[in-house]
Design a protein around this ligand. Structure first.
Ligand SMILES: NC(=O)c1ccc[n+]([C@@H]2O[C@H](COP(=O)([O-])OP(=O)(O)OC[C@H]3O[C@@H](n4cnc5c(N)ncnc54)[C@H](OP(=O)(O)O)[C@@H]3O)[C@@H](O)[C@H]2O)c1
Length: 358
């Protein structure tokens, strides 16, 4: 039997575990038993932008189009295979449903990876359809699985944002302001930016997270959302992980023409008020989408060089992040619903990262 957490698309708090019969495998198909997956605000953003960004299309919900399955990053084991070259018992890393199993149609099978070419995934960004075969991944380390599923997809974005800003000479800015400074993607980016000469990194966060952000030590200054008018002026770039339009407006108004770049990255404050869109001073907000930037750098540097640089930076980030994050393991999908609801409600502590083992 397959179990899957489904979420009502129009009411994300309505989540439940649904059980369906496991379908028999077709030719080239592989059954993956999900071993564990991480849950952070990033997964909530997949749900919030489920329709707009097609995130609902990765894993269709058994109960039909009113429901969606939130994608997560995690590890799985091959438990049945009709794909030549892929054997039972293999460990796999990649994009998974909040479920205990996933059937993929494996193609482009290489020693280190394969791609799911199921019809419903063909038009979706390739970065999400690729699965790593751990046995042939030189960077795979069983002891680092928790850090990999919790941090790697987020840090990849942090690495790319830092590289994108540097590649554009920071658009003339001498300071970068990050919202949701306590988020893993946010502080991963700050960790990278802090190594750059001549760039100040300013974190914006909510009151309860100030202490956590201060302890990180990678922000030059930290302000709460109600103190934006106190940030020192000068040419600035905004990297927005919160998606809170009142905060974005306040930053644009504070810096006005000194706001040289405004990157729309995330939506951790997904349930904040949504004011009527209004003209904002400063640079026009521009969407930053990691998979698009991956394609740019894969062309510029080659995939191997991009992975080498990322692996090196990630290897250095993990021990840094582990000092500040406690990992909590939660067993069973019913409890996984609670983990999802906790993160959805913004009740998860910034210093606790959660992993669900279906
Ligand atoms: N564009 C891309 O390609 C891309 C790629 C990866 C990640 N992202 C985005 O980056 C963002 C950060 O993701 P993450 O997984 O790193 O987050 P995370 O570590 O789970 O972030 C937790 C922090 O987010 C804020 N937060 C979370 N839920 C909230 C809620 N309901 N209400 C108010 N604040 C809430 C709080 O920070 P504060 O108190 O500091 O605000 C909290 O400490 C996500 O929106 C994600 O989608 C974008």
């Amino acid at each position: 039997m397959a179990q899957i957490i489904e979420v009502r698309k129009t009411e994300l708090h309505d989540a439940r575990v649904t059980t369906v019969d496991s379908a028999p495998l077709g030719e080239h198909q592989v059954r993956l038993a999900v071993a564990s997956f991480g849950m952070t605000a990033n997964n909530i953003t997949y749900a919030v932008f489920g329709d707009m960004m097609s995130y609902w299309n990765f894993f269709p919900a058994p109960s039909g189009a009113d429901y969606g399955v939130v994608p997560v990053w995690g590890f799985a084991d091959v438990v049945e295979s009709r794909a030549e070259g892929i054997s039972e018992g293999e460990r796999i890393y990649g994009y998974l449903p909040m479920a205990n199993e996933l059937v993929v149609t494996a193609d482009r099978i290489k020693p280190g990876s394969f791609t799911d070419v199921s019809d419903h995934r063909l038009k979706l960004p390739s970065a999400y359809n690729n699965y790593v075969r751990c046995a042939a991944d030189p960077s795979y380390d069983e002891a680092r699985e928790d850090a990999t599923m919790l941090l790697q997809p987020l840090f990849f974005t942090s690495f790319l944002i830092d590289d994108f800003l540097a590649d554009n000479d920071f658009f003339g800015a001498a300071q970068v302001v990050a919202t949701s400074a306590s988020s893993k993607t946010g502080f991963g980016t700050a960790h990278m930016l802090a190594k750059r000469d001549g760039i100040r990194v300013v974190g914006l966060t909510s009151g309860p997270n100030v202490e956590f952000v201060e302890a990180l030590g990678c922000y030059d200054d930290i302000y709460t959302y109600d103190n934006i008018d106190q940030i020192s002026g000068g040419p600035t770039a905004l990297i927005d992980f919160a998606g809170n339009q009142n905060v974005v407006m306040a930053v644009h108004q504070h810096f006005a023409e000194d706001l040289k770049h405004s990157a729309v990255i995330g939506g951790t404050h997904w349930d904040a008020d949504r004011p009527e869109p209004a003209p904002m001073p400063g640079a026009k907000p521009e969407f930053f989408f990691a998979p698009t930037r991956i394609e740019v750098r894969a062309k510029d540097w080659g995939v191997a060089e991009m992975q080498r640089q990322l692996g090196e930076a990630f290897g250095e980030f993990v021990p840094f992040a582990e000092q500040f994050l406690a990992v909590e393991h939660v067993a069973g999908l019913e409890n996984g619903v609670d983990v999802y609801l906790n993160v959805l409600g913004g009740n998860a502590s910034a210093s606790v990262a959660q992993i669900v083992t279906p």
